[in-house]
Design a binder for this molecule. Structure first.
Ligand code: HSE
Length: 444
């Protein structure tokens, strides 16, 4: 069978990895795919760099539209990133009848509905394994391996930059700003790290997993997004003393009322396998009603790990090219005719409706009755306490200090109730600083 011809748009880190792994493993990949997969065209603004990667094995051009216009190209691999030109090129490639492979989570999380609809109308595939958790085949696991299940929840460490920062903060007792600079020096964090540290990148990935897990449209605009910039090494230390680690989790959960879709720092029991995922590694836990809890671990970024996912998509496309679209694995796991409309049946819940438990750190005057006042306000809101830790005042504020930290772990409650209780507690004259609240997930 004729090899499938691929055009790469962008040949930076992931593009070079894709080219190199395809070259290195071409015989095995051909035996698996049933036909060759050849990158015959590459578009990059830096044509010299592109030529230094592909030599004379592919035609290098500076204009991505030349790739899309080439009738010999069967698949366009978009590795440019962002919502701008990448969106236009993906839609143009679809309109030209090309299959598309993309690692662009931002594009799909925000414009996925439009892109998948255009692809369905044209009968082409849009594949995106590399968009979530890099080399971990989590899209395939959710969409195919777990297809028997009613998925209950998904929780993942899906941003390596923030996991590296949190790991360093815990191990070395350093503050966020210090570790961020170190992460930038080592190349784990970008010069502008906003998308990573503010949780946006993780929310893009959680949005995609939510859609595939529950058969709903991608709804990034409804995701709750909170990053790690306000976390202190003090909270990481206290959490550890209570048997927990703090991780930035992307969580999506099915409830009776709708779907939770949220990214925020979370305490998780230190004994869970996922709590021990350190450095820039990623991991995703999926709970299905039949299978129970499953865990997927690996590199969430990097040249060849991400190329591994891109090429897996290329192999799928090489096998399914020319097949009846109705017989393919649906892009969002559920047949498009059965996708629930946004907001219907399983709406994404506002954060006030989310039910979770909490870690509270409250800086208080170290005097009689303070704890009683706080626990009374929590009890009035129907919030049950799981554990309380009080530090020695000297340890917190230095010798002779009259202030201390109260750390309270609660049982599950609705976030709306917690917000009201915290407002009341904050008003107490004996509460001396803004209260720190971090959500807690048992993941069992
Ligand atoms: N910047 C991402 C991370 C990798 O730190 O995990 C690409 O999504």
């Amino acid at each position: 069978m004729k090899p499938i011809q691929v055009g790469l748009l962008g040949i930076g880190t992931v593009g070079s990895g894709t080219f190199n792994v395809l070259e290195r493993n071409q015989d095995e990949i051909r035996r698996r795919a049933g036909r060759g997969i050849e990158i015959t065209m590459v578009a990059d603004l830096d044509t010299e760099r592109a030529k230094s990667v592909v030599g004379d094995k592919a035609k290098v051009v500076g204009d991505a539209r030349e790739v899309i216009a080439n009738p010999d190209i069967d698949v366009v691999v978009e590795l440019i990133g962002g919502y701008g030109i990448a969106k236009a090129l993906v839609l143009e490639a679809i309109a030209a009848g090309k299959h598309v492979v993309t690692a662009n989570k931002a594009l799909l999380a925000v414009h996925g509905s439009e892109i998948f609809k255009a692809a369905a109308e044209k009968g082409v595939m849009v594949a995106y394994e590399a968009a979530v958790a890099g080399g971990i085949p989590i899209i395939k696991a959710l969409r195919e391996g777990l297809t028997a299940n009613s998925i209950q929840w998904v929780a993942g460490i899906i941003n390596g930059t923030t996991n590296f920062i949190l790991s360093e903060m815990r191990e070395k007792g350093l503050d966020f700003d210090v570790v961020l600079k170190e992460a930038q020096r080592l190349g784990y964090a970008e010069a502008d790290p906003t998308f990573d540290i503010e949780g946006v990148d993780a929310a893009h990935k959680a949005t995609l997993m939510s859609a595939i897990a529950f058969g709903v449209p991608v709804q990034f605009d409804k995701a709750y997004v909170e990053g790690i910039t306000k976390l202190t090494s003090t909270d990481i230390k206290y959490a550890e003393q209570l048997g927990y680690r703090i991780k930035l989790l992307g969580i999506t959960k099915r409830t009776d009322k709708g779907i939770e879709l949220r990214v925020h720092p979370s305490l998780i029991p230190a004994k869970r396998l996922i709590a021990n995922v350190e450095g820039p590694m990623n991991a995703v836990v999926v709970n299905g009603d039949a299978v129970g809890t499953t865990l997927y671990y690996g590199k969430g970024a990097g040249s060849e790990p991400t190329a591994s996912a891109v090429i897996a998509d290329l192999v799928d496309i090489a096998r399914m090219d020319g097949s009846d679209p109705a017989h393919r694995v649906p892009a969002l796991a559920f047949q498009s005719s059965t996708l629930r409309e946004a907001g219907q049946e399983l709406p994404v819940l506002p954060m006030t409706e989310v039910v979770t438990s909490y870690y509270l750190r409250i800086r208080v005057a170290d005097e009689a009755g303070v704890l009683a006042k706080i626990t009374t306000l929590l009890a009035n809101a129907g919030i049950s306490i799981d554990a309380v830790l009080q530090r020695e005042a000297d340890e917190v504020g230095g010798e002779g200090s009259t202030q201390t930290d109260l750390i309270i772990l609660t049982h599950e409650t609705r976030e709306g109730e917690m917000n009201k209780a915290l407002e009341e507690i904050q008003k107490l004259a004996t509460v001396l600083a803004p209260i720190t609240r971090i959500r807690k997930e048992e993941l069992n």
